[in-house]
Design a protein around this ligand. Structure first.
Ligand code: ADP
Ligand code: ASP
Ligand code: MG
Length: 428
């Protein structure tokens, strides 16, 4: 039998009891005849706690040192999982990302995996060991520094290992039974999806459904690795992420109605910046966005108002990760004299709600129904953006739950019997 790659998230290894449970599950896969490679996250909310500690000593810690600190979280859990396995009479070897051959670019805090050289993993497998790899980390090819892959990055470690080792499947074990039509923490009537295509999962992940890290889905699609998202707390079959929206067989068996919408995602991690009173001249937007790109900031939605005829001034608003807010404001403030805009506004009380589904390509009226549902819930729309299979809106952060629930109901996604169990995790 082939290699199985498994990933256990923070809530699955939150305490010694959880670690022992996970160890039994890993050993079972070995007993079933597989070679087993496991990527582990830090225990429980360890990463958040380490971030809090960093904040307490420095409001803007050096990125290199932050990565050194955060990678310690996964290092603790990998060793403990290996010990628990050894206690069950099986031999395990733990490796840091660097030892496991996870090679990244040199961007601290959101490094991209550029190669995996799994020599040490393969040797350990050949020697009969179960391999445990610290997730979320790698080593930069250029700088030789330790890097992290961004929050939730252990999912990406797992898929990258699965691709490098030519595993048949990558199993992502978490605290819910699979990918649901909405976050079960805010929509108890959410339904589990049996399968979801890479494209839909990419949109869900990009729109805040933190069940899978965005890069992990990109990686899985590129190397055609099926992902099985399932609970480490139950034996239920989860959700298989595979196939393309152009693959009819994936949608076969579902009625056309069911396939229109895959789910509703929400995101409370963004902020909105408005550059007020920008002179409406050629090149000003380019200057603004070049400065942000040079600061390595990824923008999401962008809106430019029509300029007022009297003043010939326009406002440009965009959304970005809250964690990049300070850096973006500093970069833009540096442009004020050159561009001559009036002022900068920063708003963290925004949230994004997105509707995702391959079926909206062929079904007119989806946008109208989505907007009507949100209006009926008494929620005001801010910015709007769309792709072929997604509609996203910015709303007040306080209105996110109501908007998600309204859209979920409007598109008949509510389950008749509640099946969404949240087994653990603090939702942090
Ligand atoms: P892990 O620690 O296992 O990586 P995460 O907290 O990162 O777990 O991701 C699992 C969580 O993702 C769930 O507990 C759930 O609250 C959240 N989530 C958001 N959207 C969805 C969705 N569409 N389906 C399932 N879970 C979702
Ligand atoms: N421990 C990291 C985080 O909390 C990575 C992960 O869990 O995937 O974001
Ligand atoms: Mg996660």
């Amino acid at each position: 039998m082939g290699i199985v790659v498994q990933k256990y998230g923070g809530s699955s290894v939150a305490d010694p009891t959880a670690i022992k449970r996970v160890a039994r599950r890993i050993v079972q896969a070995k007993k079933d005849g597989h070679d087993v490679v496991v990527a582990v996250s830090a225990m429980g909310d360890t990463t958040d706690e380490l971030l809090d500690k960093a904040q307490a000593v420095s409001p803007l810690p050096p990125a290199r040192e932050l990565d050194m600190l955060l990678t310690a979280g996964e290092r603790i859990s990998m060793a403990l999982v290996a010990m628990a396995i050894s206690d069950l009479g099986f031999s395990a070897r733990s490796f840091t990302g660097s030892q496991a051959g996870v090679i990244t670019d040199s961007v601290h805090g959101k490094a991209k995996i550029i190669d995996v050289t799994p020599g040490r993993i393969q040797e350990a497998i050949a020697d009969g060991h179960i391999v445990i790899v610290a997730g979320f980390q790698g080593v930069s090819q250029d700088t030789k520094e330790i890097t992290t892959l961004g929050r939730g990055g252990t999912d990406t470690t797992a898929v990258a290992l699965a691709a490098a080792l030519k595993a048949d499947v990558c199993e992502i074990y978490t605290d819910v039974d699979g990918v649901f039509t909405a976050d079960p923490r805010i929509v108890p009537a959410a339904r589990k999806l049996d399968t979801v295509t890479y494209e839909e999962m990419l949109e869900l992940a990009a729109c805040g459904a933190k069940i899978l890290h965005l890069r992990c889905v990109e990686y899985a699609r590129r190397y055609d690795i099926p992902i099985h998202v399932r609970s480490s707390f139950s034996q239920l079959h989860g959700t298989i992420v595979r196939g393309s929206i152009d693959d009819i067989p994936v949608l076969k068996g579902k009625s056309m109605e069911a396939a229109i919408i895959a789910g509703v995602a929400h995101d409370r991690s963004e902020a909105k910046i408005t550059v007020v009173g920008v002179p409406d001249k050629v090149g000003e937007a380019a200057r603004i966005f070049t400065a942000l790109a040079e600061a390595q900031i990824n923008l999401d939605m962008i809106v430019q108002n029509v300029s007022a005829a009297a003043t010939n001034l326009t406002d440009i608003s965009f959304t970005l990760p809250r964690t990049d807010g300070q850096v973006a404001m500093t970069a833009l403030a540096g442009l004020q004299a050159t561009i001559g805009f009036q002022t900068l506004l920063y708003d963290e009380t925004v949230g994004k709600v997105s509707l995702i589904g391959a079926g909206m390509r062929s079904h007119p009226g989806v946008t109208a129904k989505f907007f009507a549902a949100i209006a009926d819930a008494g929620v005001n729309l801010g910015m709007i953006s769309t792709s072929e299979i997604r509609i996203s809106v910015i709303v007040d952060e306080a209105d996110v739950d109501a908007a998600v629930a309204a859209a979920h109901t409007a598109f008949d996604l509510d389950a008749t019997e509640v099946e969404a169990v949240v087994y653990g995790g603090s939702g942090r």
